[in-house]
Design a protein around this ligand. Structure first.
Ligand SMILES: [Zn+2]
Length: 396
């Protein structure tokens, strides 16, 4: 979703006169000749994340590949440091601030150029390509008064009105005899799957009416912390937002981490399935009709909340609602689900809109703090890492 890499790749290739074409999918710049080995059509630069590879060049026994800075240095025939300085020139935070001359407009323009809703229509969204998935065997629709319903209502205090709107399923946690009966005729694999989900409430993620993923949560209290939640496989969570079909046309979005928290934040609430918000999720939020995005910030999730606020602020009015530093009886920090819907809505009402300048200043601090720590490059954090890197480069 970032236009940042795309812009630099095009700029570099045009200014150096290196002939290239963009592939049919619009995802890669394909160089007509590799700047290193001159081989035709073997050098691909990814316009979405700035990474490149030449499938012909071999260095250190591997294909030559790397990130944006290396790409620029290869194309321009300059050192890595020279390219780094080139990329960073005009992108220092002090320059951003001096450019903006107090009203923040230039800074906002910069943020706008990096984080933009890149979808012409919703059918182009990545998440719409996800295949429909099947629920675990013998999952039944959650009904009023069922074990899963009683858990959500009596233990988690979710209102009947909210539960009535909920699209949830459950696999019975009945006696072993019952499960044995249900297992009859199922394949070994299906039996295993059914047992894994028995005694759980299943919250489904739908996209245009089809189920693309689910979160299956224990309601028996018999499973340990590690096994409490079971997700359907795949990367759907980073492409989706909870309740999206219901909230995408709202005037405002209220963003929480967890889906149960969202059930305590009223009509416009959505959840990101964790506090690491992916670029795709930011893109979804940007594509929504909402003028205003309210970020519910749990204790400990402040940094990711600022990152999200920063990514949204050029296009949306942002409100950051910090939850009170209060603990539950168990000693955990309270989240939205520990307050009533009215309490959460009151807290939102009484919180002023975030100041873009304050967000930008905070981001500068976060970026500088991050520089001191080694970068995380794990596969799992890839998307988040990209988002951070884009910001870091911009704010240097
Ligand atoms: Zn090559």
């Amino acid at each position: 979703m970032s236009k940042y890499y795309e812009k630099i790749i095009h700029e570099t290739l045009k200014e150096t006169g290196i002939p290239y074409r963009v592939n049919a999918q619009g995802t890669h710049a394909v160089l007509l000749a590799c700047p290193v080995c001159s081989q035709k059509n073997k050098f691909f630069a990814d316009l979405r994340d700035g990474r490149f590879i030449c499938h012909n060049c071999v260095g250190d026994g591997k294909n030559i590949k790397g990130g944006l800075t290396y790409f620029v240095s290869l194309c321009r025939g300059e050192t890595y440091e020279e390219s780094q300085a080139r990329i960073n020139s005009g992108r220092t935070i002090s320059k951003l601030f001096s450019d903006s001359k107090g009203d923040g407009s230039a800074l906002l323009e910069k943020v706008k150029s990096i984080y933009a809703p890149n979808v012409a229509n919703e059918n182009n969204m990545d998440c719409y390509d996800f295949p429909e998935i099947k629920l675990p065997p013998h999952a039944i629709k959650m009904e009023k008064g069922s074990p899963a319903y009683r858990y959500l209502h009596n233990v988690r205090n979710i209102s009947e009105a909210e539960l009535a709107k909920l699209d949830a399923y459950e696999v019975p946690a009945s006696s072993t005899d019952d499960l044995r009966r249900l297992a009859a005729g199922l394949s070994k694999e299906k039996i295993k799957e059914m047992y894994a989900h028995s005694g759980r409430v299943i919250f489904v993620q739908k996209v245009l009416g089809k189920i693309v993923g689910y979160i299956s949560r224990d309601y028996t209290g018999k499973r340990d912390k590690k096994n409490k939640v079971l997700n359907s496989v795949g990367s759907w969570r980073q492409y989706c937002l909870w309740n999206w079909d219901r909230v995408k046309n709202s005037d405002r979005l209220i963003v929480t981490e967890g889906i149960i928290s969202a059930m305590f934040c009223g009509e416009d609430a959505t959840a990101t399935y964790g506090n690491n918000v992916s670029n795709q999720q930011v893109s979804l939020m940007l594509s929504s009709k909402a003028k205003e995005v309210v970020i519910m910030v749990e204790v400990g999730a402040e940094i990711n909340a600022y990152k999200l606020a920063f990514a949204l602020m050029a296009h949306k009015i942002v409100k950051m609602v910090f939850l009170p530093k209060e603990k539950t009886e168990k000693g955990d920090w309270k989240d939205c689900a520990n307050y009533t819907v009215q309490e959460n809505l009151d807290l939102i009402e009484s919180t002023p809109y975030a100041d873009e300048y304050e967000i930008a200043k905070k981001m500068k601090e976060i970026v500088e703090q991050g520089k001191k720590k080694p970068e995380q490059k794990g596969k799992k954090d890839r998307k988040n890492y990209r988002m951070e890197k884009a910001m870091r480069l911009m704010m240097k």
